[in-house]
Design a protein around this ligand. Structure first.
Ligand SMILES: Nc1ncnc2c1ncn2[C@@H]1O[C@H](COP(=O)(O)OP(=O)(O)OP(=O)(O)O)[C@@H](O)[C@H]1O
Ligand SMILES: [Mg+2]
Length: 232
């Protein structure tokens, strides 16, 4: 199992949007079973998941105290990918999440405020040796600041080549628990997510050692996820 954390100190940068979209896209692309964890007290991801009709991705309810043990349990249960959404602050929660993460995704809007806020998240990830990828989100097509933000970010770490633009369906699709791909698989926003997932997938596949490979494995059960995999 690979574990992806989505974090950034800046509120509204697109953490929850990305966590939900990447989980659904990973599942659609055959990288499942995918599970989601929401560590943000605002609970936006769990609210989205509660509105969802589709059964996948799974949603795992846990707490920071139990996170490590639950991550290990999900791995043993046969989850292939876990995506963890986090709150918009540098808190102990994020530090805890990063200790179980193989990769950190930092969504950043192309604005000076967002760019200034990136430093704290990057420092935390570097301190814990967690590889990171920046994703520019909410870009305005053809705006010069997008290119400038991309250059600034790439000086601090790896920048995903697929930029997510400001498109109303990223917000509207999530109202009833869906994603842009489930609204219209041929839309520009769907294409952006598909490309972004391909890139991230390639990155995590190339990672030789996953956190979960340190965990002793036991045979995968044939059915269900037991009491630990619960809907909220
Ligand atoms: N690319 C986009 N195009 C249009 N709307 C977007 C885009 N990305 C995010 N949004 C909208 O912007 C708002 C903030 O996004 P989101 O909730 O994903 O950010 P967040 O980082 O999780 O916020 P918080 O820090 O509060 O947890 C939401 O209303 C979401 O629907
Ligand atoms: Mg959020």
């Amino acid at each position: 199992m690979k574990v992806i954390a989505v974090a950034s100190q800046k509120g509204g940068s697109g953490k929850t949007t990305l966590a939900g979209h990447l989980a659904v896209q990973a599942e659609m692309a055959g990288a499942g079973p995918v599970a989601l964890v929401d560590t943000d007290p605002q609970g936006s991801l769990s609210e989205w998941w509660n509105e969802r009709e589709a059964e996948t991705p799974l949603f795992a309810r846990t707490s920071i105290e139990k996170l490590k043990a639950d991550v290990e349990r999900m791995d043993r249960m046969g989850i292939n990918l876990l995506i963890i959404d986090t709150p918009p602050a540098i808190t102990e929660t994020i530090a805890n999440v990063l200790t179980v993460a193989d990769l950190l995704i930092i969504p950043t809007r192309p604005s000076p405020h967002d760019l200034r806020a990136v430093g704290a998240t990057v420092e935390l990830a570097e301190g814990l040796d967690t590889p990171l990828i920046f994703v520019v989100n909410g870009a305005t097509p053809r705006a010069r600041i997008t290119g400038e933000a991309a250059i600034a970010l790439s000086q601090h770490g790896t920048l995903a080549p697929s930029i997510l633009h400001q498109r109303v369906d990223f917000a509207s699709s999530m109202i009833d628990g869906r994603t842009v791909m489930e609204l219209n698989s041929a839309s520009k926003s769907s294409e952006e997510i598909t490309k972004l997932w391909s890139y991230i997938h390639e990155r995590i596949n190339k990672m030789p050692v996953s956190m979960s490979s340190h965990i002793s494995r036991s045979p995968k059960p044939a059915n269900g996820f037991g009491a630990q995999m619960a809907s909220v």
